[in-house]
Design a binder for this molecule. Sequence first.
Ligand SMILES: Cc1cc2nc3c(=O)[nH]c(=O)nc-3n(C[C@H](O)[C@H](O)[C@H](O)COP(=O)(O)OP(=O)(O)OC[C@H]3O[C@@H](n4cnc5c(N)ncnc54)[C@H](O)[C@@H]3O)c2cc1C
Length: 450
Amino acid sequence: MDILIPAERVPVADDVDICVVGGSCTGVFAALRAARLGARVALIEKQNRLGGVATCGLVGMWHSLYDFADQQPIIGGLTLETLERLDRRGAVSPFRDPQESRRGGVRFNTEELTLELDELVLEQPRIRAWLQTSYSRVLARGSGDLEAIVIENKSGRSAIRARVFIDASGDGVLCRDAGIAMTRVAHPQPPTACARFENWDSLGDIDIKALCDTYRETFPNLPCGYAWGMGVPSSAIRMLAGTRVMQCDCSDADAVTRAEFESRAQIRAFMDMLRVARPGNRLTLQALPSAVGIREGRHITPLRLLTGAEMLAGTRFADAIGNGTYPVDIHHDTDDTITFKRLDGTCKTFAANRLIHTERWLPEGKILPYYQFTLGCLIPDQAVNLISAGRMAGVDREAFGAIRVMVNLNQCGEAAGVAAWQALDGGQSMGAIDAAQTRALLARGGSIIL
Ligand SMILES: Cc1cc2nc3c(=O)[nH]c(=O)nc-3n(C[C@H](O)[C@H](O)[C@H](O)COP(=O)(O)OP(=O)(O)OC[C@H]3O[C@@H](n4cnc5c(N)ncnc54)[C@H](O)[C@@H]3O)c2cc1C
């Protein structure tokens, strides 16, 4: 059954050069790069803070900014700038990757990142940010050709007009509503709610996965699958990414509601189990995420699909806008396995946290120093004034497994901001953006362009 919503006149709340929907680091970095080039930018975020999964989702880990040999810096730009700012506040701690005996990356305090992103945005007079403001619909002249968007917040409903739009909503809602063909994958990587705990040490030495297996019949809501955790720098607090909601495509309202309830029930079962398995422990649940962490939803149909095969062949793309070394990391959504295809040439599958299969995908002794990703996979096919940045990128399953981490998506955000600024000039459509100029502007703004 449908109902008809009558046509309505709404005020134009702002008229800007570029409008960014979604204020994760991806969206913030897009807004900052465009504003630093001179554009007036509106940044729309439905939560009370910027940062997306990194802050609201409690995921405080960025991976290595160096090539696989741990020699050459391959990621700079706003990722490096933000980490340097956080470091000055003692909010980051580097870690080594035990699997790869190289720099693994950094852990950071997600609350400090929230404050840092506030400052980065407020320091930039050309950005007007709207928090607790949801994008709700587009006003389009045609497919991928937007005149304005409608937003909803405390002041009611209004519109934001812009000349170019960036979809950094994670789910690609702006692209979807703009008529861009979206792909639903058969097995999206499962969502996870992280949780933060105090007094983790009071549990003593524990093997979480073994305990969950032992107590699964008593506490049927216990999570299955891979679990990892990290200490919050300079604190006794520990974050655990241990839940997993199977066969759940969070681009659907019922599914994301199920993900919120089920993942939180898994955390409760975990606490209940520990009360029995470790009586007298002093573990305290300290924080839950304000939104479940979504790994994967819909993808855009891009100007040019990026495949894992070409990335892992070490292809140097003419429109490369970023570099990475994070492995192809696929959390499977039908059983408790996870596969890591690392740049050292190994491919390992774990069931829960136990290694069950190893093979090589590169000849013995070979490594891939780093891979690249492209501008073409961010531009929706036939889009006129719309570009995407984030996990909705037009990539296949394998490429997604690698680029989905934040140090990579941050670079996509920066590239989208620069490309959007280029599109303002001369009114060229997105597909006609000169990628060589994007790369030059990125490099001039501090990105490492190889
Ligand atoms: C549990 C988990 C652990 C992970 N671990 C790591 C890790 O250790 N390191 C790492 O680098 N990556 C990790 N990842 C992957 C990484 O965090 C995500 O892929 C990445 O953050 C996605 O970024 P994004 O900008 O595309 O989306 P998001 O971070 O989801 O941001 C989308 C933003 O858009 C906003 N938004 C959405 N719809 C609207 C709307 N209608 N109106 C206004 N705003 C809207 C959202 O509120 C959000 O702020 C993990 C992911 C998960 C789920």
